[in-house]
Write a protein that binds this ligand. Structure first.
Ligand code: UD1
Ligand code: UDP
Length: 368
């Protein structure tokens, strides 16, 4: 069986590399890796961390790229790859524009698509934007579905998608076996110098398109207030390379002493940073799955989430994008030990770390 995996952004790579490793270990499968290159540096950091080599790189990234150029560049550049390779299945991941465009390109060649991390939904096509529509359309196109949880399977069933749905867990849990190590030493020099014992560290990330502009400014203003009032707390913010993110973040937070604005760190440093943090403030999807695994409370800087599992378990709270609500919720966790302890519990609704093996097996079962 020949499988092409197509991915192009940091989070897709973090969740697809463990699967690629398992696919390449299997002698009955030929696994071709095609990067769209929707991201560059942030993608290559991940490929290097996992030691995965690509067969193709469509190299589409442009500075301040638009959704239209991402989609059209992928459609144009992937067609010859699909025509040359003639795979049995194209595997895509999640909800990026890479996922949707690659699925559409495969459909145009009448090649079946397998969707890894299928079935996540908020129910609002504009939030997250454009991810909710990307995953709806990708699921519409797909033939095979690898749903992380039973809830994701139910979401698919509500849309009439019943056949070929496998509940596998999330491959992000598989990734920890490659990234989390006892006695880990950071490769980022700034992280290496942080004294995690004498300071409480809050890790922050924010990058979502719907948060660009006013909501991101609110988030940064809340962090500035928190940092100025809580000198014993260090905020570590690896800032996404999107210039639209960096302009706002550096404008508000550059001069605040106990806020460290650093470049994106590799996934080994990131997972080990999560393990040493007091809590996480983020609009990221992946971090909502990762941080609960380490027993770290997560404040979600969004108005909704497609990952309600850890919210129900009590370690993730959606706090919106208003300065006051973000400030208050974070302050509560910094000052109220009981409230902190209620949230700081290890929760993992996302499987046993063997999602990749289950996906490989499901692929092999197609042949029978
Ligand atoms: C994309 C995904 C989003 C995912 C996020 C993960 C879409 C529409 N969005 O959003 O779902 O959560 O990735 O981070 O698919 N840039 C660089 N170097 C890099 C990466 C980005 O310079 O390695 C800059 C470029 O100027 C680029 C901009 O960031 O144009 C935005 O990148 P883009 O992929 O369009 O959007 P993200 O916000 O990263
Ligand atoms: N991450 C990383 N380095 C960083 C910031 C995040 O490796 O500097 C990892 C993080 O641990 C998670 C993933 O990137 O696995 C999340 O990616 P992102 O927030 O860009 O996208 P999302 O998950 O929101 O789609």
């Amino acid at each position: 069986m020949k499988v092409i995996t197509v991915f192009g952004t940091r989070p897709e790579a973090i969740k697809m590399c463990p699967l690629v490793i398992k696919l390449r270990e299997n002698e009955n499968i030929q696994c071709v890796v095609c990067l769209t290159g929707q991201h560059k540096e942030m993608l290559y950091q991940v490929m290097e961390a996992f030691g995965v080599k690509e067969d193709y790189n469509l190299d589409i990234m442009k500075d301040r790229q638009t959704l239209t150029t991402i989609t059209t560049s992928i459609l144009e550049r992937i067609e010859p790859v699909l025509k040359a390779e003639k795979p049995d299945v194209v595997l895509v991941h999640g909800d990026t524009t890479t996922s949707y465009a690659a699925a559409l390109a495969a459909f145009y060649q009448q090649i079946p698509v397998g969707h890894v991390e299928a079935g996540l939904r908020t129910g609002d096509i504009y939030s997250p934007f454009p991810e909710e529509m990307n995953r709806l359309l990708t699921d519409r196109i797909s033939t095979y579905y690898y749903a992380p949880t039973k809830l994701n399977q139910k979401n698919l069933a509500k849309e009439g998608i019943i056949d070929n749905v496998y509940v596998t867990g999330n491959t992000v849990i598989d990734a920890f076996q490659y990234t989390v190590k006892d006695g880990y030493s950071f490769s980022n020099q700034i992280l290496k110098n942080v004294d995690f014992l004498s300071k409480r560290v809050i890790t922050v990330t924010a990058h979502r398109r719907e948060n660009l502009g006013h909501p991101l400014r609110n988030i940064c203003n809340a962090i500035k207030r928190l940092a100025e009032e809580k000198h014993d707390t260090l905020f570590i913010y690896p800032v996404h390379l999107n210039p639209a993110v960096r302009d706002t973040v550096f404008d508000v937070l550059d001069d605040v002493d106990n806020v460290l604005l650093i470049d994106p760190v590799d996934v080994l440093d990131m997972h080990n940073l999560l393990a040493r943090s007091y809590m996480i403030m983020t609009d990221s999807g992946g971090l909502q799955e990762e941080a609960p695994h380490f027993g770290k409370p997560v404040l979600v800087l969004r108005t909704e989430t497609e990952r309600p599992e850890a919210v129900e378990a009590g370690t993730v709270r959606v706090v919106g994008v208003e300065e006051e609500s973000i400030y208050k919720e974070a302050m509560t966790l910094l000052e109220d030990c009981e409230k902190y302890d209620e949230m700081a519990k290890a929760v993992n609704p996302y499987g046993d770390g063997h999602a990749s093996e289950q996906i490989v097996q499901a692929l092999l079962d197609i042949e029978r």
